[in-house]
Design a protein around this ligand. Structure first.
Ligand code: EPZ
Length: 432
């Protein structure tokens, strides 16, 4: 089993380059199905969730030509099936975007329910299905496979009771070739929603209002290939910002869009961290113990829920008492037990974590329960005294490209080892 071994207490200094946004890439890649043409996509992060999505498209008949590590040409002219079995969808939650893309192209999609991050319980897709039905699709569940079918799709007004990134993406994909106007109300406004809209419009779609509460989509008869570059990853950038604040040091985070990071910047400054914004980079400096703050994770432009575990970990060693509330997911605090085993003093009360800052965490054997909790464990290990061993690191590698290489270059003492459970022999890989 692969693990990370971290010797904590090493300050972070130097520069780190942010990769393309995972949550944009896993929406843009299935969107290429709608073109039935060749799309050239740049700045694609080389991470597990993207590799899984590309494998699904390849198994469906897409021809994928790798130009370099982060640039692909995806030819979806020869995709012949709208059926995606469980063997193909079980490793990635974002595989449900294939419903919208296949419905949008073929008026028919049959996709097995997905996997992905599990915050204690199956994550619902009722908003997605309600939206497809509004466009005229008939929805059935055939032994765990969602079957969505329509003679033709007709635009309509879709209101989401709760802001949903996934449902907003899926309806955008299904609606771009539907007859007439589709209006999505209470739409998600995350940067990756805007990125998807820009990509769809380059393919010839007519999507207006992405980034606001109301997205208007006028159906077009056909779409075509295009060239596009994925935006930088807001959450990867935020993770390195909070790592520098927690572990201490002075780092320059390159290839970012500072506007996407405004809520994270504001909260770190509130705690006494120095954050300087440049055109496409951001400098984070912290050399002394920081103060407490209150954080409420909300849909964009609020503080991102995908930064909640990392921020809680930083606040665990800040002075005073902090409160972190997650207004998006009901139970995204499972990782707190791991922090408590490292000496943190945190109590969960409903949707909130009450954090009493302690001077130091101490190293311990811990595990990554999901992608962003895993990122938080990396931060905890780097700022703890002593050695921390993290299990289940595949969660982390789903969403952070070359994470050991990037952290080692900043001065962290982190190694990835492959421990054979039976004889405990281990092969230590170098930084990569
Ligand atoms: C996306 O998940 C992200 N994943 C998540 O990031 C992120 O945490 C989440 O958006 C919120 O920003 C990807 O983009 C691949 P939602 P998604 O639909 O689309 C409820 C990461 O770390 N809901 O915005 O699944 C839902 O239960 C991952 O990169 C319904 O009730 O999230 C939740 O409470 C983790 N019914 C809220 O809405 C539905 O049909 C927001 O969920 C859909 C959602």
């Amino acid at each position: 089993m692969e693990k990370f071994i971290i010797n904590g207490g090493k300050q972070l200094h130097g520069e780190v380059e942010i990769s393309g946004a995972k949550n944009a890439a896993v929406a843009v890649i299935p969107a290429t199905i709608l073109a039935g043409d060749i799309c050239r996509i740049e700045n694609i992060p080389d991470i597990r969730d993207v590799q899984v999505m590309l494998k699904i498209l390849s198994d469906m008949g897409a021809v994928i030509h790798r130009i370099n590590k982060n640039t692909l040409e995806i030819d979806t002219r020869y995709i012949s099936s709208y059926v995606i079995p469980y063997e193909m969808t079980k490793y990635s939650r974002s595989s449900y975007y294939l419903l919208g893309a296949l419905l949008g192209r073929y008026n028919h999609a049959k996709v097995a329910m997905p996997g992905g991050c599990n915050f204690g319980g199956v994550r619902p897709i009722d908003f997605h299905l309600k939206g497809f039905a509004k466009l005229g699709a008939e929805i059935t569940n055939d032994n765990g496979m969602i079957n969505a079918q329509a003679d033709h799709l007709t635009g309509g007004v879709i209101y989401f009771d709760k802001v949903s990134v996934g449902a907003t993406v899926n309806i955008m994909l299904a609606a771009v070739k539907a007859d007439g106007l589709t209006i999505i109300e209470n739409a998600a406004k995350e940067p990756h929603i805007v990125d998807l809209a820009n990509f769809l419009n380059l393919m010839g779609a007519n999507v207006r209002g992405a980034g606001t509460d109301v997205i208007r989509i006028k159906g077009v008869s056909s779409l075509h290939g295009c060239s596009y570059s994925i935006i930088p990853d807001q959450i990867e950038a935020g993770t390195y910002m909070v790592a520098a604040a927690a572990v201490k040091g002075d780092i320059l985070i390159k290839n970012v869009i500072p506007k996407h990071l405004e809520s994270i910047t504001a909260k770190l400054r509130e705690c006494g961290v120095s954050v300087i914004e440049y055109d496409d980079s951001i400098r984070v400096t912290s050399n002394s113990r920081c103060g407490q703050c209150k954080v409420t994770a909300m849909p964009h432009p609020g503080f991102p829920t995908d930064m909640q575990p990392q921020m809680t970990t930083f606040l665990a060693t800040c002075s005073g008492t902090s409160i972190v509330t997650d207004g998006v997911w009901d139970n995204r605090f499972r990782y707190v037990d791991q922090l408590i085993s490292m000496g943190a003093s945190i109590q969960i009360e409903g949707k909130a974590a009450i954090i009493t800052g302690v001077p130091k965490l101490h190293g311990a054997p811990i595990r990554a329960d999901d992608l962003r909790a895993g990122a938080a464990m990396l931060i905890a290990g780097m700022c703890a005294e002593g050695t921390t061993v993290i299990e289940n690191i595949y969660h982390i590698e789903r969403g952070y490209e070359r994470v050991t290489e990037k952290l080692t270059a900043l001065g962290a003492d982190i190694k990835k080892v492959d421990v054979c459970e039976d004889d405990n022999s281990k092969s230590v890989s170098d930084a990569g």
